[in-house]
Design a protein around this ligand. Structure first.
Ligand code: DX5
Length: 223
């Protein structure tokens, strides 16, 4: 089962509620909210207030991707705002093990994101505390960037690593995911697709873009 999570970063902010409702109507599995602090990534976006506002519209997973330094400072705020999943970057905290423990203590799903230059070995000691691992297929900060193909092999090696250990951890991918790249990452083992500009754009409706993404992976899922 492939889960599609539109990234609201690419939505039209003048009508964010409407755009989220369009995603809901397209039967997606959740939304990823990209929180950026202008330090960990060169962009600034949303805070807990936007997550709280979106909570009332989102029936699926409200997945908060914290692209901020020292994310431990805000875990409780985003959990209180209604986040179902709290995703931190391995590169953004000194105490990843403790942060993942804190996320679980808050009752949220725990997730770790790793940037394209970050090797899989950094995850070795926290797999028992992790529900989702997100492999970034762009350098985070902005939507509409080109997909980094070298990450497909990383996704494949990650799936092998998790399967060898018998771990039921989902692999998410984020960045440049569209009907061309989605089959590549699904065949490598990804089951959560985060997509921004391929869903929110002027070329087609949200429903049409979600359908195109789903169709593109239907064959890949079949193997
Ligand atoms: C990285 C963000 C992504 C981004 C994806 O900058 O974390 O979620 O919004 O946008 P696309 O799908 O357009 O690459």
């Amino acid at each position: 089962m492939i889960a599609i999570e539109p990234s609201v970063l690419s939505a039209d902010f003048t009508r964010l509620g409407e755009q989220v409702r369009e995603g809901e109507a397209a039967r997606i599995e959740g939304f990823q909210v990209d929180v950026m602090d202008g330090r960990f990534v060169p962009n600034i976006t949303f805070g807990p207030g936007v997550v709280r506002a979106l909570r009332s519209l989102v029936s699926g997973i409200l997945d908060v991707h914290l692209m901020i330094v020292e994310p431990e400072r805000y875990l409780a705020d985003f959990a209180d705002a209604g986040a179902d999943r709290l995703m931190v970057h391995q590169e953004a905290t000194v105490h990843l093990h403790r942060v993942l423990q804190q996320i679980r203590e808050l009752g949220a799903e725990s997730a770790v994101a790793i940037n394209p230059s970050t090797p899989l070995c950094v995850l070795e000691q926290v797999l028992d505390l992790t529900d989702v691992i997100q492999v970034m297929t762009v350098n985070p900060g902005f939507g509409g960037q080109p997909f980094i193909h070298s990450q497909v092999d990383k996704i494949r090696r990650l799936r092998e690593m998790l399967d060898e250990r018998g771990l039921d951890i989902s692999i998410a991918v984020d960045g440049g995911i569209d009907p061309t790249t989605a089959p590549l990452v699904v065949q490598a083992g990804a089951t959560i697709l985060v997509a921004g500009s391929s869903i929110y754009n002027s070329k087609a409706s949200v429903a049409e873009n979600v359908a195109a993404l789903r169709e593109s992976v239907a064959r890949a899922e079949g193997g």
